[in-house]
Design a binder for this molecule. Structure first.
Ligand code: CA
Length: 514
């Protein structure tokens, strides 16, 4: 945890002609590396140094792949920044190899367990929460008012319930509800209502006249199973004003809380975990420290039989050909290509492409373009075969490594991974974010020790120790894996839960509004 003073670079792959500065605060002009390389100019932390003289038009290679081409000659020891690079085109989807390099299954990892909540539908919770779903934004402030009172006046009587969460959103009316894109927000909200951490106790608040009626939200198969009187409150049924609406919601919630309060944790195999992986505020260290460590933990989880989801379409698009090759079967690779193609078209209609992904912070953090970001990002997915693909907001029930298609936006990705059934979230960051979710614990992994030191009360794991050679990828990977089991058991809290930092739901609605 002490800052290193010797000039130090990290080169990921033997083919790489650039390496990344590890030293906090960067390195000055004239700094000499152990290899004898002398820097021709000051280079910021996590930014790239040319290891060889590059001519104009040469490939810039990092992670063993071309992340760009030089737009002018760059001398050895110079700073290779985004202004000197032209990004390559995305790999054509039609040429992606289908399941040509499926990895062999790794040895099973047995005997790892956590203390979770068993649900009637076979899923497992890591928290015990009352979720209150809403069909339309019109009811949101009323539900939020009621939830504040429930938390203050009722919840303290039910000590075995962790929280009450209102699933409020801007959908439900004023939208083209029969348009093809509408399926995504509707199934997202339905699957959120059925989330494993809600223990099967569905509660819905409806206005009455909205397009997304409760039956539309919950589905014709699901709603009849619910006791509608006990589970659906319709505000327009109130004949005595706002007070009656709030009283109705509170009374319904109290009955649900009585049931949830009777639940207890039981020992569950690690295979009951559904872990969502995400990154946000990445820097050039993310791809050599935090993401590979999470990738190692992902392999451990897959070996233990768990479900591991990775997402963020625009951050994997440039690695599409590597991921399709890793699929367990050609159909799985084709499903992956289908999700990529859908998103290419979605972006095209908006007049953008995947190059719109990197942020100013990513670039200040040394990530020159989306190709470099993608190569670092997919390290999170570890090394096992891709066994399944889910569309945005679909529930995932399969074990193993799954691609759950989502935008890269932290909040939309988090919301869609929750809809997929995520009961643990692992989030890597280089620039830093206080991100958290109410419905699932979020373990935050820092890519650099500077961030972990500045924010000791927000970062759960410091993977920057890999860059400073204080820990290996394997060691940090095991730490993450064991912390997942601790947090999932409720024995320990992530910092976001300690402070109650819970970002709002952000629905993905690719359909038109009216
Ligand atoms: Ca993200």
């Amino acid at each position: 945890m002490t800052p290193i003073t010797e000039p130090r670079l990290i080169r990921v792959h033997v083919k790489d002609n650039v390496a990344v500065v590890v030293n906090e605060g960067g390195l000055p002009s004239g700094a000499r590396l152990a290899s004898g390389l002398e820097l021709r100019e000051a280079i910021p932390e996590a930014h790239k140094v040319a290891l060889a003289d590059l001519a104009q038009g040469d490939a810039i290679v990092r992670y063993g792949v071309t992340i760009g081409y030089t737009n002018r000659a760059i001398a050895r020891g110079s700073w290779v920044h985004e202004g000197l690079m032209t990004a390559p085109d995305a790999p054509p989807l039609a040429d992606c190899p289908l399941a040509t390099a499926t990895p062999e299954a790794l040895a099973p990892l047995e005997g790892y367990t956590f203390e979770g909540y068993r649900n009637p539908d076979g899923s497992t919770g890591t928290k015990n929460i009352l979720g209150i779903s809403t069909t339309v934004q019109c009811v949101a402030p009323t539900v939020e008012h009621a939830v504040r009172r429930i938390k203050a006046e009722i919840l303290p009587r039910f000590p075995h319930v962790d929280d009450v969460v209102a699933i409020t959103h801007p959908y439900g009316c004023g939208v083209a509800i029969d348009a093809p894109g509408a399926a995504i927000p509707i199934r997202t909200l339905r699957n959120l209502a059925l989330h494993p951490n809600f223990g099967g106790e569905v509660m819905v608040v409806s206005l009455g006249c909205e397009k997304m009626q409760p039956v539309r939200l919950m589905g014709a198969n699901e709603l009849p199973v619910l006791d509608e009187k006990a589970s659906v409150a319709v505000l327009q049924d109130a004949t005595h004003g706002f007070g009656e609406m709030v009283a109705t919601i509170m009374a319904m919630a109290e009955k649900k809380l009585e049931k949830l309060n009777r639940r207890r944790r039981v020992t569950c195999p690690a295979s009951d975990l559904v872990v969502g992986l995400q990154c946000g505020g990445s820097d050039a260290m993310s791809g050599v420290t935090a993401n590979p460590a999470v990738g190692f933990a992902a392999d451990l989880l897959v070996r233990a039989g768990a479900t591991v989801m990775f997402s963020e379409v625009t951050e994997v698009r440039d690695a599409a050909h590597l991921l399709t090759a890793r699929a367990a079967a050609p159909e799985i690779a084709q499903n992956f290509v289908r999700e990529m193609a859908w998103y290419d078209e979605y972006l095209r209609q908006g007049g953008a492409d995947r190059a719109a992904n990197p942020t100013p912070g990513n670039k200040r953090g040394g990530l020159a373009n989306v190709v470099e970001k993608a190569m670092g990002s997919i390290a999170k997915a570890g090394s096992t075969a891709l066994v399944g693909v889910a569309g945005p907001g679909e529930r995932v029930t399969q074990k193993g490594l799954i691609f759950a298609a989502t935008p890269a936006s932290d909040f939309i990705c988090g919301t869609l991974q929750l809809a997929a059934g995520m009961n643990m979230h692992i989030f890597t960051t280089g620039r830093g974010t206080p991100y958290g979710l109410a419905m699932s614990p979020v373990i935050k992994v820092a890519s650099n020790s500077g961030l972990a030191r500045r924010w000791p009360d927000l970062i759960d794991i410091d993977a920057g120790r890999i860059a400073t050679a204080e820990a290996t990828v394997e060691e940090v990977g095991w730490e993450i894996f064991l912390l997942v089991l601790e947090i999932a058991s409720g024995r320990k809290k992530v910092w976001a839960d300690h402070w109650g930092l819970h970002n709002e739901f952000a629905l993905f609605n690719p359909g038109p509004v009216t």
